[in-house]
Design a protein around this ligand. Structure first.
Ligand SMILES: Cc1cc2nc3c(=O)[nH]c(=O)nc-3n(C[C@H](O)[C@H](O)[C@H](O)COP(=O)(O)OP(=O)(O)OC[C@H]3O[C@@H](n4cnc5c(N)ncnc54)[C@H](O)[C@@H]3O)c2cc1C
Length: 497
């Protein structure tokens, strides 16, 4: 049941009776927690509707997952993102908003990416002829045979699509599952594929599918629709990385007289009589309380639920504990050569390589690094606090150099500097129980009137930048009583990142 005031999905009747969103009599001011794309787009939308907004961000910079940084060195300046970020959207409203913020100082890039399999690089998305010529014939023959076998077996007795492994094998056969889906997915998620929800396959398979990509390459869609994975043209800021988008949002919000406060980690969320009452923050060493009757939260919903005071019921806290995120280490290396690859990024599914993706920002914008140097980013997925998470830059460099040596891409002697960043909440893990736990936690946060949780982290949803912007815009419109549904954004089928 949707709340008629704020649009919260599946909201309890008690929430609806207390919800203060969009009440004409209330003051037009709001707090927004988190200055990623969802929080900032929500804030700017409210500001443009005449609201006063305060955005509270834990980090010392805005942007969240879509933040960028510039490193000034003796060799010049290097821009880099939290892993490669390519902006694409089919939503004209979101595209217009992004373009108007970024302005003309952009470059257009034609996506180039490859995948490393069986000791060779393949263009990605795969090109049919290239695949047929280059994959070992035995692998192709076995994949084809398995595909036919599974189709026949499905006629007699089909296994239920009750986990990622079954979902994939039912559609593509065992060999393709083994070659690509299984290894890449287990490497990225760190849990066996029969523990991963089939939701993940349904959402993501277009990116991961060898078979599908071969079919799609050979038989182009008749309706002319190009799947998200195949969209090749995208814009990127000439300087400053994709994080420019969030910086521009912040400027607009501040120019309109509202606030974006960094280094402001929310550590308590107060509610009383079923309504939001405010939040507390440690700010410059002092504890400060911000009272509010309307709050949009884009921080991880698992964090939000635990910050609630009075505390959430024990079964909600148990669900929070059961919801896991996969973390990510970004290992950056400055190299004493103009470029390493022609690619925006390269996928590395093989289990024997620790790195799972490699990207080169110079290929996003040539001006992101000095002409004679380049910056590579190697992504390593891990669990928060595990051995890899705690590795020093020297240890991480040793791993990446070993991986890159296997690919024949770089030599250790070319590395001028290595540094790293870590992202605890990189991917929400869709394990077999995630949906029930997420729904229980969201039902509790939704029961607090005047509180809307949204964005990738706020809804525990694997999504792209444009979706987070869409969720932010919709949440702002909900709060202002315009009846959008932020929880339904990003229910499409194809995701990258
Ligand atoms: C490696 C990687 C590559 C990706 N590549 C792409 C791509 O190519 N294209 C694409 O479209 N998308 C990509 N994405 C997805 C995209 O980055 C995200 O969907 C989007 O940036 C999420 O924005 P958000 O605002 O919803 O969440 P976030 O960016 O996570 O924002 C949440 C904010 O809340 C803050 N916060 C957390 N706790 C607190 C607290 N207690 N108090 C105050 N603030 C707090 C955080 O610091 C953060 O700034 C990628 C993601 C990853 C991880």
């Amino acid at each position: 049941m949707n709340c008629p005031r704020c649009g919260q999905t599946d909201s309890a009747p008690e929430h609806q009776s207390r919800c203060v969103a969009g009440r004409a009599d209330g003051p037009k001011d709001a707090l927004v927690l988190g200055a990623g794309l969802a929080g900032l787009s929500a804030a700017l939308r409210l500001v443009r509707m005449g609201w006063k907004v305060t955005v509270l961000e834990a980090d010392d910079h805005v942007g969240g997952l879509a933040a960028s940084h510039t490193l000034k060195t003796e060799w010049g300046e290097f821009d880099y993102d939290n892993g490669p970020h390519r902006f694409h959207t089919t939503d004209k409203h979101v595209m217009d908003e992004a373009m108007s913020l970024i302005g003309n100082d952009i470059v257009w890039a034609a996506r180039q990416s490859r995948i490393y399999l069986y000791g060779r690089f393949f263009h990605y998305p795969l090109q049919g002829g290239n695949v047929l010529r280059s994959l070992p014939p035995l692998v192709l023959a076995k994949a084809f045979l398995d595909y036919i076998l599974v189709k026949l077996r499905n006629i007699v007795s089909r296994k239920p699509d009750d986990n990622f492994e079954n979902w994939v094998v039912n559609r593509f056969g065992r060999k393709l599952y083994d070659v690509f889906f299984g290894t890449y997915t287990e490497k990225t998620w760190g849990i066996p594929c029969n523990r991963i929800s089939a939701d993940w396959a349904a959402q993501r398979i277009s990116l991961l599918s060898l078979w599908d990509t071969v079919k799609k390459t050979l038989f182009r869609s008749r309706d002319g629709n190009v799947p998200r994975t195949y969209v090749s043209k995208f814009f990127y800021p000439r300087r400053g990385g994709i994080g420019k988008l969030c910086e521009r949002y912040t400027e607009e919000i501040r120019n309109a007289g509202s606030q974006v406060i960094t280094n402001a980690r929310v550590d308590e969320v107060h509610h009383a009589e079923g309504r939001i009452a405010g939040v507390s923050v440690m700010l410059q060493g002092r504890r400060q309380r911000f009272d509010a009757t309307r709050v949009i939260s884009t921080i991880p919903v698992t964090v939000l639920a635990k910050l609630l005071a009075p505390a959430a019921p024990v079964e909600v806290v148990r669900s929070v504990e059961a919801m896991k995120h996969r973390s990510m280490i970004f290992v950056y290396m400055i190299l004493s050569r103009p470029t390493v690859t022609p690619d925006h990024w390269i996928y590395l599914p093989e289990q024997t390589l620790t790195t799972h993706r490699l990207s080169e920002f110079k290929n996003f914008s040539a001006e992101s690094a000095p002409p004679d140097k380049t910056l590579l980013c190697a992504e390593i997925t891990c669990d928060y606090g595990d051995a890899e998470w705690n590795m020093s830059d020297a240890e991480l460099q040793a791993i990446v150099v070993k991986d890159m040596g296997r690919l024949g891409l770089i030599r250790e002697s070319e590395i001028l500097k290595t540094f790293s960043r870590r992202e605890r909440y990189a991917y929400p893990i869709y394990d077999l129980e995630y949906r029930a736990h997420r729904d229980r936690v969201l039902a509790h946060t939704n029961s607090v009137g005047g509180l809307i949780t949204t964005g990738r982290q706020g809804l525990f949803k694997y999504n792209n930048m444009d979706h987070s912007i869409g969720m932010g815009l919709a949440a702002a419109e909900n709060l202002a009583g315009q009846g959008a549904d932020h929880a339904r954004v990003a229910s499409g089928q194809e995701y990258f990142g």
